[in-house]
Design a protein around this ligand. Sequence first.
Ligand code: HEM
Length: 129
Amino acid sequence: MATAIDEMIRWTTPVKHFMRTATVDYDLRGTTIKAGQDVLLSYWSANRDEDVFDDPFRFDIGRTPNKHLAFGFGVHYCLGAMLARMELKALFGALLPRLKSVELAGNPELIRSTFVSGLKRLPIRYQLD
Ligand code: HEM
């Protein structure tokens, strides 16, 4: 379950990006970022980095290691990361043993946001035990 939950978080990467301001000049693979320049951290891109993940576009619930950056990195690492993992574990831990079937019952609709991604609507048909 633990590896599946981190793969769901990597796959969906709910926070799309954050900004940072460089405090010193920095060379990133031949591109110089000057002190004072704003840069965009793309968590979506980081979490599909083929230098880090084997077959990054494959959803693999057994993926290990899974060094995704969906919760950020460093001093601003998400304070709610463990709570978010616990919530997903509680949800799927309760749901999966009872779920007999689930299928799409309409077109999914995404929220329109430049910052956080997610579903606005996901019509499903399901049967519980
Ligand atoms: C799947 C769910 C979540 C995702 C993907 C997520 C993602 C993130 C990301 C990317 C950051 C920025 C990290 C950075 O700047 O390097 C962040 C920061 C933060 N998150 Fe979350 N988060 C989630 C759930 C939560 C929950 C449940 C809480 C609180 C109950 C929470 C509280 C915070 C706080 C307080 C910060 C700011 C930390 C700081 O600036 O020092 N997050 N989160």
